[in-house]
Design a protein around this ligand. Structure first.
Ligand SMILES: Cc1cc2nc3c(=O)[nH]c(=O)nc-3n(C[C@H](O)[C@H](O)[C@H](O)COP(=O)(O)OP(=O)(O)OC[C@H]3O[C@@H](n4cnc5c(N)ncnc54)[C@H](O)[C@@H]3O)c2cc1C
Length: 383
C-alpha cells in the first residue's frame, strides 16, 4: 500500500478494532484496519478474560460513593455486553471458551458486608442480578473459600472467555466479510480534508471518508492528531497464571478487602489478577512485572482460596490497560469532527469489547444503536 482509499478506516487491531471491523463489514461497509504491530498483541490479547458486571469493589472503596454513582449506569451496558457474549460463539462459529459461571465476592470481616450492601443497592438500581451471601450460603456455593470467610455476594451473569481466541475470531470473520487488514502499519498523522481524512502511515497514505479510533491506550495520541483532547491513558498492570490443577473454582472470584480476580481456565490453570500495578521500562517503553505486586496478588488469592497455595506459578506478565479516571466509555462521533469516531472502553474493555464495537458500527452507519450509548459515554464531556 503506498496510496489507497477506503470508506471507513479503523485504527487499531485489538478487540475493539477487529470487532468494529466485523460489524461494519457484516453490514456491507468497505473497511480497512491498520495495526502498528500484529493483531491482539496489546491489552486485548494480554488480559485476564473476566466478564465483569459489578462495580469494581476496591475502586468503589477507594474512590467513594460519588464516583460510583457517576459510573453506576455503565452497569446496564455491562449487562448487555455479557448478554451479547452468550451468542458470540454461534455467531462467529468459534470456540471462545465462554463460560458464565457467576461471580463471587468474598468478605473476611463482618464490617465489609456493609460496603457490599451499599454497592449492591447502586447496581440493583441499574438492573443487575446480585445478592448477598451469608457465610453458610457462601461456603455451600464456593466450598473452596477460606474458613475465615464471613459472607459475600453473588452475581450470576459474570464469567469469562479466552482473550487469545476472541479477537482472532472477529478478525477472521471480518476478513471473510471483506474487511482489509494492514498489519505492521502505524498511523503517524491524520488530517481532515474535504470529504474525509488522509491518514499517513509507515507504509503510505490512506484516504478515508470516516475514521474509527480503536487505538486503546494510544487512543488519546491518535485523537491529538486532529487536535482533540481526550483524557484516555495507559496503565501498566499484571496477571499471574499457574500450572493446571484439578477443577476447584467455577466462579470468577473477587475479595472484599484486596485487589483480586481469580478464576480457573478451561485447561485448569488459575488466572490471578485484579489490576495490580506493573511498571513501564523507561528504556524500551515495554511494560514489566513488579515483583512486589506479584507477591501481594498471590497472597491475596491464597487468603481467599487456600487451595491456590498448592498450584505452581508458571508466569506473570504485564500489559498496558486503557483507562480513564471515571471508568466511563468514550464512544461515538467526536463533537465538531464529523466522520471521526471513538471506540474506547476503559478498564473492562474485554467484557465490553463486542457491545462497544457493535454500537460504534451502528453509529458509523447512521443506524439507531442497540443500546442507549448517550447514557454511558463520557464523550461529550471528554471531547
Ligand atoms: C493485564 C490486563 C488485564 C485485563 N483484564 C481484563 C479482564 O479480565 N476483563 C476485562 O473486561 N478487561 C480486562 N482488561 C482490559 C481490556 O483488556 C482492555 O480494556 C481491552 O482489551 C481494550 O481493547 P482495545 O482494542 O481498545 O485496545 P488494545 O487491545 O490495546 O488494542 C489497541 C490496538 O491499537 C494499536 N495502535 C495503537 N496506536 C496505533 C497507531 N498509531 N497505528 C496503528 N495501530 C495502533 C495497538 O498496537 C493495539 O493493537 C485487562 C487489561 C490488561 C492490560
Amino acid at each position: 500500500m503506498s496510496s489507497s482509499k477506503t470508506d471507513i478506516l479503523v485504527v487499531g487491531g485489538g478487540l475493539a478494532g477487529c470487532a468494529t471491523a466485523y460489524y461494519l463489514a457484516r453490514a456491507g461497509a468497505e473497511v480497512t484496519v491498520i495495526e502498528r504491530d500484529e493483531l491482539n498483541m496489546q491489552a486485548s490479547g494480554a488480559n485476564a478474560g473476566s466478564f465483569h458486571a459489578q462495580i469494581p469493589h476496591i475502586t468503589f472503596l477507594e474512590e467513594g460513593e460519588a464516583w460510583a454513582r457517576n459510573f453506576a449506569p455503565v452497569v446496564e451496558m455491562l449487562i448487555e455486553a455479557i448478554d451479547l457474549w452468550r451468542g458470540l460463539e454461534a455467531e462467529l462459529d468459534a470456540d471462545l471458551e465462554v463460560r458464565i459461571g457467576g461471580g463471587i465476592l468474598i468478605a473476611d470481616r463482618p464490617e465489609q458486608m456493609r460496603d457490599i450492601e451499599r454497592r449492591m443497592s447502586l447496581e440493583r438500581a441499574y438492573g443487575l442480578d446480585i445478592r448477598a451471601l451469608t457465610r453458610d450460603e457462601l461456603l455451600q456455593l464456593a466450598p473452596y473459600a477460606s474458613a475465615q470467610a464471613v459472607g459475600g455476594c453473588y452475581c450470576p451473569i459474570e464469567g469469562k472467555a479466552n482473550p487469545l481466541k476472541a479477537t482472532a475470531a472477529f478478525a477472521r470473520r471480518a476478513e471473510e466479510a471483506g474487511a482489509v487488514f494492514y498489519r505492521h502499519t502505524e498511523l503517524r498523522a491524520l488530517e481532515a480534508v474535504s470529504g474525509g481524512f488522509i491518514a499517513t502511515t509507515g507504509s503510505g497514505t490512506i484516504r478515508a471518508r470516516r475514521v474509527v479510533n480503536c487505538a486503546g491506550a494510544s487512543g488519546g495520541k491518535v485523537a491529538r492528531m486532529l487536535g482533540i483532547e481526550v483524557a484516555v491513558q495507559g496503565f501498566p498492570i499484571q496477571v499471574n497464571v499457574t500450572a493446571p490443577v484439578a477443577p476447584i473454582i467455577k466462579h470468577l472470584v473477587y475479595a472484599a478487602g484486596h485487589r483480586l480476580s481469580l478464576k480457573q481456565t478451561a485447561n485448569g490453570t488459575l488466572l490471578i489478577g485484579g489490576g495490580w500495578p506493573a511498571h513501564v521500562d523507561p528504556d524500551s517503553g515495554y511494560p514489566i512485572v513488579d515483583p512486589h505486586s506479584m507477591i501481594e496478588n498471590l497472597k491475596a488469592a491464597q487468603r481467599v482460596v487456600p487451595a491456590v497455595a498448592g498450584a505452581h506459578l508458571v508466569r506473570t506478565w504485564a500489559a498496558v490497560v486503557n483507562g480513564t479516571a471515571d471508568w466511563k466509555p468514550v464512544i461515538g462521533e467526536a463533537p465538531g469532527h464529523k466522520g471521526f469516531y471513538f471506540n474506547f472502553f476503559p478498564w473492562t474493555g474485554f467484557t465490553a469489547g463486542p457491545i462497544s464495537a457493535l454500537t460504534t458500527a451502528e453509529l458509523v452507519l447512521g443506524r439507531k444503536p442497540s443500546i442507549d450509548i448517550a447514557r454511558y459515554s463520557s464523550l461529550r464531556q471528554a471531547a
